[in-house]
Design a protein. Structure first.
Length: 256
């Protein structure tokens, strides 16, 4: 397995502390303010917002001492547009997938995040897409924004579980992102994110420092032979690929 270091965070003295939330939140606010202020003076597009998105990702590693690794970068064409789909167990997943994907990447997120003052506007201005999961009709319309981004050559990350897993088990996948992939005939890159919940578990403010996150990119899955009629088959293929990677890593840990 070819494991590559993407970013090495600055080492921290405390191994675990809630205090590390303070600089993370402060720096997120700082990056968001800079983007919003800049948007008042000139139009912000994907290219001009990318620096702020990259800064948002890096601040998470620097403020937790996290090192980011990737495997499988050779599995996909870095000049093509894909929909990336992964497990989701931590807020750190967001920074990790943004930093690991070589192409410009935006995410489909809970609509509530875009309603947070300053931060929400920064997300909206930089091209992130909010989805109201409680309103199916509204969510379908909101996915049209993701469709437009993909047509413009911007990759999209979707966590098809819909929310963070609290026990590390990969939950059932929602259909929205798969409809999108089939409609646009775009390949899906399955991704397994390893180690994020060890640093920032869901539902907890305890942050563990000086640990590793590894993004495992699997081979793209073509959607050419799929339609709405056999969408469940595509969903099962993608989900099982991610689960198989999770289980293979667990088996390796046991043998080590």
């Amino acid at each position: 397995m070819d494991k590559k270091l993407i970013y090495k965070g600055k080492a921290k003295k405390l191994s675990k502390s809630k205090l590390y939330f303070i600089p993370i939140l402060t720096n997120i606010l700082s990056v968001s303010c800079r983007l919003v202020i800049n948007s008042l003076h000139k139009s912000i597009d994907i290219a001009s917002s990318q620096k702020y998105v990259d800064d948002f990702a890096r601040l998470h590693f620097d403020n937790t001492g996290t090192s980011l690794y990737v495997t499988g970068l050779d599995n996909f064409d870095h000049n093509k547009t894909y929909i990336f789909m992964s497990n989701h167990s931590s807020w750190m997943d967001i920074a990790s997938i943004i930093a690991a994907v070589p192409q410009n990447l935006r995410m489909v997120a809970k609509e509530g995040l875009l309603h947070i003052p300053i931060f929400g506007k920064a997300m909206n201005d930089s091209g992130f897409i909010g989805i109201d999961r409680s309103n199916r009709a509204k969510a379908i319309k909101q996915l049209d924004k993701a469709k437009q981004k993909l047509k413009e050559g911007v990759c999209i990350w979707i966590a098809p579980e819909g929310t963070r897993s609290k026990d590390g088990q990969i939950k059932e996948f929602k259909k929205g992102g798969f409809y999108l992939a089939v409609d646009l005939n775009l390949d899906i890159v399955p991704v397994f994110i390893e180690g994020a919940a060890d640093i920032m578990p869901p539902g907890s403010m305890d942050i563990s420092t000086n640990k590793d996150i590894t993004i495992h990119f699997l081979k793209p899955i073509s959607t050419t032979n799929f339609s709405k009629a056999n969408l469940s088959e595509l969903i099962n293929i993608v989900r099982n690929k991610i689960i198989d990677k999770q289980e293979s890593l667990r088996r390796n840990d046991v043998t080590l």
